[in-house]
Design a protein around this ligand. Structure first.
Ligand code: NAD
Length: 341
């Protein structure tokens, strides 16, 4: 089988390429990636694949990359909420227009399956005081940030290409991922790398916001079940699956686990203001994928976090150059933009 993976040099994409290569050594893997600030060829060093550097918004690049592919797995996106508050334009371009270009080509080339990777952020925010509420496949879309709005638009387009044109698609909406090769701008890698460097961790508000943390490899195994399931069983075509880590933690709880791993106290926390439009809580009900496809998340969060910390300790060569000279995107920068608009 030939599989085209867009955004395969980013965090989840590169973990997925590594996962797929190991599990399906006979498959041909093509990676299409623009190599933005978030994409690195080194993430795939030693992994057999064909690499094409290019933009998913460019129809001729996409046509060439998709040539002969059976399956497309679409990760490529602008993915950082804080960046979307400062500059939404590139999010609309890549996440909406880029997805449209891919869908058009997938239709033209009669691809067997187009798997779209999306987020739980499309559903908006749950209240902190109603812990019984969780997102599922029937939850209405209510995105808060330019990032989640652009991902919501792409989900709608993917579904529209299924309903209108019969393009065989599947979608996964997943909660916050963590694990190796995640950009040091995102919460867990930023906190871990700061602690390795002997710097404080910047916590928004009192750290009360809750996320449902999913280990990246568990996310990969969920996508594997959806993709291979859909190729075998027509009933899965057109379906959406919510995938959560079953590890709901507030940001202060995550911070405390990390501080414990580093044997540091809470004087290492630096409180900063909330991001604009900061969603309070995300929580996912994964019963559909568990029941229909037998998916289960793996080890518990504390163990996975310890492994992730160890990976960042062992791979300073990877993240140090990414942090150097890059401006920090904190809420005060977002407010500055708003005051200018
Ligand atoms: N990280 C999470 O916690 C999370 C959770 C749920 C869903 N998702 C979704 O999973 C996907 C991957 O997320 P990630 O965290 O790995 O993102 P990432 O930012 O680490 O990687 C994105 C990749 O896409 C590439 N890319 C960006 N614009 C491109 C373009 N125009 N053309 C071609 N390539 C381009 C980048 O170079 C990079 O390699 C995204 O679609 C994201 O919305 C992420």
């Amino acid at each position: 089988m030939k599989i085209l993976i867009t955004g395969g040099c980013g965090f989840i994409g590169s973990n997925f390429v590594r996962y797929w290569r190991k599990k399906y050594p006979e498959d041909e893997i093509v990676v299409l990636d623009k190599l933005t600030y978030a994409g690195h060829k080194e993430n795939l060093s030693g992994i057999e694949h064909k690499f094409i550097q290019g933009d998913i918004c460019d129809p001729s690049v996409v046509a060439g990359a998709m040539q002969g592919a059976d399956v497309v797995v679409h990760f490529a996106a602008e993915s950082h909420v804080d960046r979307s508050i400062i500059g939404p334009g590139v999010f609309i371009r890549t996440n909406v227009i880029g997805t449209h270009v891919l869908l058009e080509e997938a239709l033209r080339q009669k691809i067997k399956l187009f798997h779209h990777v999306s987020t739980d952020e499309v559903f908006g925010s749950l209240p902190l005081d109603k812990s019984e509420l969780r997102f599922n496949e029937t939850t209405n879309y209510s995105p808060s940030s330019p990032y989640s709005a652009s991902k919501a638009s792409s989900d709608h387009l993917v579904r529209a290409y299924y309903r209108t044109f019969g393009l065989p698609i599947t979608i996964t909406n997943t909660s916050n991922n963590y694990g190796p090769y995640q950009d040091p701008e995102k919460l867990i890698p930023r906190f871990v790398t700061n602690l390795i460097e002997g710097k404080k961790v910047p916590l928004m508000g009192n750290g009360e916001n809750v996320r449902d943390w999913c280990y990246v490899e568990d996310h990969c195994s969920a996508m594997d079940l959806v993709i291979t399931g859909a190729l075998k069983d027509q009933k899965i075509i057109g379906e959406t699956f919510c995938v959560g880590g079953e590890s709901e933690k507030s940001n202060i709880e995550i911070t405390n686990i990390l501080l414990e791993i580093f044997e540091k106290d809470n004087s290492w926390i630096e409180k900063i203001q909330h991001r604009l439009g900061h969603d309070e809580r995300y929580a996912i009900d994964s019963s559909k994928i568990k029941k229909m496809l037998g998916w289960e998340p793996g080890n518990k969060l504390e163990d996975r976090l310890a492994e992730t910390v160890q990976w960042y300790k062992d791979n300073e060569w990877w993240w140090k150059p990414l942090k150097e000279g890059r401006p920090v995107i904190d809420p005060d920068v977002q407010l500055e933009r708003v005051s200018k608009v």
